[in-house]
Design a protein around this ligand. Structure first.
Ligand code: NAD
Ligand code: ZN
Length: 388
């Protein structure tokens, strides 16, 4: 089959690779009909994530038609149309029982590597390095789906691929980011990053009762999309974010702050950004945390900082400010399986149509160029959907 493979920093190619096979009775093989590129894929593309190997198949936002099921699979049958969440969870361990699916204790095949890096191993993820299981991803014609009875959600209504595809990641991720804010009546929510995750965080903040949403980025079309989502916006290229946010909130600061940027933040003339680059080059730090630092400094005392943005290794943040301001932190890879059913219902009821975020629709063979267009924010690119 054809699949998008990682070959090194900045080098992805569509290769011919062997078709996946059932390896466990609980597996299914899905023929992929639509699959998206995520900001998380950019961290792999840009070489921020360790334990990648040449030939690894990327992609964790896929959907398609079940082509084959293992003998133990009971909920799915050949021909079912499914969206596949990026988290692989067993559904029965201590953490899955608490619906903390991205912390599943059993699905990371390389748990020992993760344990060394993090103290404990989170769940296995599709297409996201050997430290997180070394599972082949879904930017391919076919995908092997472990624990097929636990992850995939069947689509039985007439909704299009584009309307349901983002249940695989970015809609639940934006939603959990807003839920993690524990929004109270009257709250102002500030969202750093107007990429796809930020866009869903903005819309979810409204769904969860925000009184005001302020979004921060510097890419004009992304700011416009945030405004279409009823957010007020700040362009960090021409406006000092801290000053503007304090002004907008009468010196108190936003009540809830969401970092939907992650480990590749840009800063304008910010001293810490230069330091990050120097330190990353010297391997004293691995992540560029400008947005997270700014969120901590801007957040009101006693407020919440929610972090859906992905970080990988060592990050220096003003922890003293966070401690003395009494901030609450909530973060994590999304507990996908918790959100699939309720968010599908919102799409079915027409409360939200997630396809608004798509700007590019391309065949799988054009994925290598699409990675660059998406990373460099060229051609108005906000979200790419690939058709294998
Ligand atoms: P993206 O790269 O398209 O968007 C990031 C946006 O942040 C860009 O628009 C960029 O211009 C903006 N930005 C950069 N520096 C900034 C700054 N200093 N202040 C404000 N904005 C800034 O990516 P995305 O797909 O929207 O993903 C965002 C993050 O969420 C990534 O780190 C990704 O890995 C992560 N993510 C996490 C999960 C999860 O389960 N927690 C799931 C999906 C994605
Ligand atoms: Zn993703």
């Amino acid at each position: 089959m054809r699949a998008l493979c990682w070959h090194g920093k900045g080098d992805v190619r569509v290769d011919n690779v062997p078709d996946p096979k059932i390896e466990d009775p609980r597996d299914a093989i899905v023929k992929i009909t639509s699959t998206a590129i995520c900001g998380s894929d950019l961290h792999l593309f840009d070489g921020y994530v360790p334990t990648m190997e040449s030939g690894d198949i990327l992609g964790h936002e896929p959907m398609g038609i079940v082509a084959e099921v293992g003998s133990a699979v009971t909920r799915l049958k050949v021909g079912d149309r499914v969206v596949i969440p990026f988290v692989i969870a067993c559904g029965s361990c201590f953490f899955c029982a608490r619906t903390e699916f991205s912390l599943c204790d059993t699905t990371n095949r390389n748990a020992e590597i993760a344990r060394k890096a993090m103290g404990h191993s989170p769940a296995g993820l599709f297409g996201f390095s050997h430290m997180l299981g070394g599972f082949s991803g879904g930017q391919a014609e076919y995908l092997r789906v472990p624990h097929a009875d636990v992850g995939p959600i069947k689509i039985e209504s007439g909704l299009s691929d584009e309307q349901v595809l983002f249940l695989s990641d970015i809609f639940p991720t934006g939603y959990m980011a807003a839920e993690n804010c524990a929004i109270e009546a009257g709250d102002t929510v500030a969202v750093w990053g107007c990429g796809p995750v930020g866009q869903f965080a903005i819309r979810s903040a409204w769904l969860l009762g925000a009184a005001r949403v302020i979004a921060i980025d510097r890419v004009p079309e992304r700011l416009r999309m945030a405004e279409a989502g009823k957010a007020e916006t700040i362009n960090f290229d021409d406006t000092p974010v801290y000053d503007r946010l304090q002004e907008m909130t009468h010196g108190r600061g936003p009540d809830r702050c969401i970092d939907a940027v992650g480990c590749e933040a840009h800063g304008v003339g910010a001293f810490d950004t230069t330091m990050d680059k120097v330190k990353a080059a010297l391997t004293l730090t691995t992540d560029r945390a400008h947005a997270l630092r700014e969120a901590i400094m801007c957040c009101r005392k006693g407020g919440t900082v929610s972090v859906p943005g992905v970080y990988v290794g060592l990050v220096d943040i003003p922890f003293g400010a966070a401690m003395n301001k009494g901030l609450t932190f909530k973060m994590g890879q999304t507990h996908m399986q918790r959100y699939l059913r309720p968010l599908l219902e919102l799409v079915e009821r027409g409360v939200i149509d997630p396809s608004f975020v798509i700007t590019h629709r391309l065949p799988l063979d054009e994925a290598p160029a699409a990675y660059k267009t998406f990373r460099d924010k060229k051609d108005g690119c906000i979200k790419v959907v690939l058709k294998p």
